[in-house]
Design a protein around this ligand. Structure first.
Ligand code: FES
Length: 385
C-alpha cells in the first residue's frame, strides 16, 4: 500500500532514473552529504568571529562599533535584525542583543550602535574596554522585526526612542541606498538634542529623499529650540501623517515608550494589528512593571536549587538568566527578551514573576516552563535547566 502511494508521488520516475544514472556512472552521492549543512551554516552560523574595525562616536553616551569578519563571510541579514554579542566582563560570561544599524545591502561589515545603560555590564564593557583591532564573538543575525512585503503597508510609521533608532536606521539606509518604493515617517524621541543618534544623517536623508520624513521630538529641549517637544503623542503623529489608514506602525525603544505610545496610537484609532513592536533586551527596573508584588523588594535574595546541580543565591530584581550567569552557568540565549525560547527553564517548585509582555507557549505554561531571561524569583526555587 505504502509502495503504491510512493509511486504516485510527483517526480517518482525521475528519481528512479537519477538513481539508475548514478549507479551506471559510479557517482557517490554520499560524498555530498555535508554540503547542504555547510551551506546552511554559512547563511545561519551559530557563532561569528568579528574584529572591531572602527569605533565611531555618536553622542556623549553612544558609539557605533564597526565589525568586520575574521575568517568567514558575513551572513546576509534583513534590516531590523540583531546579533547577540557574547562577552566576559567582571568574571561573568554573558551577552547582549544589538540591532544592526548598517544597511543589509553593504556586506563588508555590521555596525552595532551601543548606548550606555545604567549599571549596564555589557554596554560599559563595549563603550570603555574595547578598541579597534579587538576580537568579539557574536551570534548570527536573528529577529523578526523586519519589513514584511506581504502584510506591511508601503507607508511605514517608525516610532523610536533613544537607542531604539538602530533597527530603523538600517531600514532607512536600505530604502535610500536601494531606492525602494516605501515612505517613512520617523518620530524619534530623545531627552535632549545632543542625545539624538544619527541626527545629521537623518536630517540629510530627509532633505535629499522626499519619501523620508524625520520628526525629532525632544522631551526637555534647551530654550530657543524650535522643534517639537514633549513625548510622542497621538496628536503629534496624526498632525503629521494626517490619515492613519494604509500605514504600518513600528515601535522600538525603552519600555516606557511602548506603554505610552501604544495608548496614544489606540487613542487615534490605530488598530493593534497594524502595530509591530521590537523586543528590546531584558526589562530594566523590573520591579516597576505592572503586577510586581508589593511585598517583594528587588534586593531580596532567594535560594535557587538546580535539580542535580547545586544551588545559588539570586536577587529578586535579577532575571534567572543573569543569576545563573553570575553563578557561572551559561544557558543558551539570544534575545534576552522572552522571544527566542532558547533559555527555557522548568520551574519545579517556587514562584517567579514574569512581566505581562513575556511570551511563553501555552504548552510551556502548562508544564511549568518559563524563559529565564524574563523570569524573576519571588521565593526559593527549584529549577531544571
Ligand atoms: S534568551 Fe530568548 S527567550 Fe530568553
Amino acid at each position: 500500500m505504502r509502495q503504491n502511494i510512493i509511486k504516485q508521488l510527483d517526480g517518482y520516475d525521475e528519481v528512479l532514473r537519477e538513481i539508475e544514472t548514478s549507479r551506471r556512472y559510479n557517482i557517490d552521492v554520499t560524498a555530498d552529504k555535508g554540503e547542504a549543512a555547510s551551506y546552511i551554516n554559512r547563511l545561519h552560523p551559530e557563532k561569528l568571529d568579528l574584529k572591531i574595525n572602527r569605533i565611531i562616536d555618536q553622542t556623549p553616551s553612544t558609539k557605533t562599533l564597526r565589525l568586520i569578519p575574521v575568517n568567514q563571510n558575513l551572513p546576509p541579514f534583513q534590516a531590523g535584525q540583531y546579533i547577540t554579542i557574547y562577552l566576559e566582563t567582571d568574571g561573568i560570561r554573558t551577552g547582549r542583543p544589538y540591532s544592526i544599524s548598517s544597511a543589509p545591502n553593504q556586506t563588508g561589515y555590521y555596525d552595532i550602535t551601543v548606548r550606555r545603560m545604567p549599571n549596564g555590564l555589557a554596554s560599559n564593557y563595549l563603550l570603555d574596554a574595547v578598541k579597534p583591532g579587538d576580537l568579539l564573538q557574536s551570534s548570527g543575525p536573528n529577529g523578526h522585526f523586519v519589513y514584511n512585503p506581504i502584510i506591511f503597508d508601503k507607508t511605514l510609521v517608525f516610532i523610536a526612542g533613544g537607542s531604539g533608532i538602530t533597527p530603523f536606521m538600517s531600514m532607512i539606509r536600505e530604502i535610500t541606498d536601494r531606492g525602494l518604493d516605501r515612505d517613512v515617517y520617523l518620530f524619534y524621541g530623545n531627552k535632549s538634542l545632543n542625545n539624538i543618534i544619527f541626527h545629521e544623517e537623518l536630517t540629510g536623508l530627509s532633505c535629499q529623499f522626499e519619501n523620508i520624513h524625520y520628526i525629532p521630538v525632544i522631551e526637555n529641549p534647551d530654550s530657543g529650540y524650535g522643534g517639537i517637544s514633549g513625548f510622542i503623542t497621538g496628536d503629534i503623529i496624526k498632525n503629521r501623517i494626517k490619515d492613519i489608514r494604509n500605514k504600518t506602525f513600528m515601535l522600538c525603544g525603552p519600555p516606557a515608550l511602548y506603554s505610552f505610545c501604544m495608548a496614544e496610537l489606540e487613542k487615534i484609532g490605530v488598530p493593534s494589528k497594524k502595530i509591530k513592536q521590537e523586543i528590546y533586551g531584558e526589562p530594566v527596573n523590573i520591579w516597576q512593571s505592572p503586577g510586581w508584588p508589593e511585598n517583594v523588594n528587588p534586593d531580596d535574595v532567594f535560594t535557587v536549587t538546580i535539580k542535580g546541580g547545586g544551588s545559588f543565591a539570586a536577587r529578586a530584581g535579577d532575571s534567572l538568566l543573569t543569576s545563573l550567569e553570575k553563578f557561572g552557568i551559561i544557558q543558551p540565549f539570544l534575545c534576552r527578551s522572552g522571544e527566542c525560547s532558547l533559555c527555557r527553564t522548568k520551574i519545579i517548585s517556587g514562584k517567579v514573576y514574569q512581566p505581562p509582555e513575556s511570551l511563553v507557549r501555552k504548552s510551556d505554561l502548562q508544564f511549568g516552563y518559563v524563559h529565564s531571561c524574563v523570569s524573576y524569583p519571588l521565593e526559593n526555587l527549584e529549577i531544571m535547566i
